[in-house]
Each structure stands twice: as C-alpha cells, then as structure tokens.
Design a protein around this ligand. Sequence first.
Ligand code: COA
Length: 165
Amino acid sequence: MLKLRSARRKDLDAITEIYNEAIIKTVATFDTEPKTYEDQKKWFDDHGSKNPILVAELNGVIVGWASLSKWSDRCAYSDTAEISLYVREEYQGKRIGRRLMEAIIKEGKKTGLHTIIARITEGNELSLHLHRSVGFTKIGIMKEVGKKFGKLRDVHLMQKIYKNH
Ligand SMILES: CC(C)(COP(=O)(O)OP(=O)(O)OC[C@H]1O[C@@H](n2cnc3c(N)ncnc32)[C@H](O)[C@@H]1OP(=O)(O)O)[C@@H](O)C(=O)NCCC(=O)NCCS
C-alpha cells in the first residue's frame, strides 16, 4: 500500500538517490552534478515548519518525494514556495506523482503558504499536465535560461494561489 508521510532525516539517502537519478538522466532539473549526502542534509534543514517535504513509501520502499521549498531567503517571500516532485523511474506512470502532488498542495495550505511557483523545463508535457490539473496556471516562459545535455532550454513558469486564506 502507498503511504504518504512527512520526510525524516533517515529518508535522505532514498530522496537523494531519486533526485540524483533525475539529475543524471533528465532535464527536469537543471542541477547537473549529483548531490552528496551533506548537500542534501543542508537542503533538508532549510525546510522549516512552513516548507514541507513528503515522501511516498510503497511497502517500505521510498518511491518518490515532493517538497515546497523556500522560493527566496528574502523575508517578504516567506509565504511563497517552489514545488519539486520526483518519482523513482521504475515506479513512474502509476499515479504516485499525482498522489504526491495532491498531498503536498494540501500540506502547503495547512502550513499557511499563500502561493506556489513551479519551474518546468520545456517538453515536460507530463509535468505541465499534472500542474495544470491541480490549478497551476502558466505565468510565463523564461527563454533559453538553462543548458543541459548540450542544448539551451526554455523554462515554463507556473503558479498556484491558495484561495480562501
Ligand atoms: C513528473 C512525475 C513526478 C510524475 O509522476 P508519475 O507518478 O510518473 O505520474 P502519474 O502516473 O501520477 O501521472 C500524472 C499525470 O500525467 C499524465 N501523463 C502521463 N504521461 C503523459 C504525457 N506524456 N503527456 C501528458 N500527460 C501525461 C497521466 O495520465 C496523469 O494524468 P491524469 O491523472 O490526469 O490521467 C514523474 O514522472 C517524474 O519523477 N518525472 C521525472 C522528474 C520530473 O519531471 N519532475 C517534475 C519536475 S517539474
């Protein structure tokens, strides 16, 4: 059974493994070098009470994670977060991404966020679809801002604003 829960320090190896797989194989993230455990510990600790990280656990195996990280360290942005969402390659296409997406959005509302930004690399139709389906709208395209695997790539910016705060 799939269980969605808050991430703990002990999940960091699995989270890192999933993220590093995406760094090496995909343009979903513009990181290009695999993260170390130390990098990830810092990343984890940068998430305060307002910035949740969730993991998806299937029969004891961490198969995906999602986060609402700080958009900026500048204090006026404290109710704005950036979403990240990754599912282990062999478990993709099984609705785990959708479940994680829905759960992290609920969590962000609980922690008092006002809005979420998504940066999605051109061509990631699945991710664009998934974000649209939960109420993100496109707010712009940053042209040719990243170079990965030898090609300049655009990034689509999407945003969701929580209603009824
Ligand atoms: C993006 C990601 C998290 C989605 O998770 P997933 O478990 O594979 O996706 P799901 O099975 O939940 O499917 C999500 C939706 O995409 C749809 N979909 C699948 N392939 C698609 C495609 N090529 N084009 C458009 N939609 C597609 C599915 O039908 C589903 O939509 P529905 O619920 O309306 O039917 C996962 O594929 C992943 O980790 N990809 C690599 C990293 C990445 O791109 N992260 C996002 C960075 S912005």
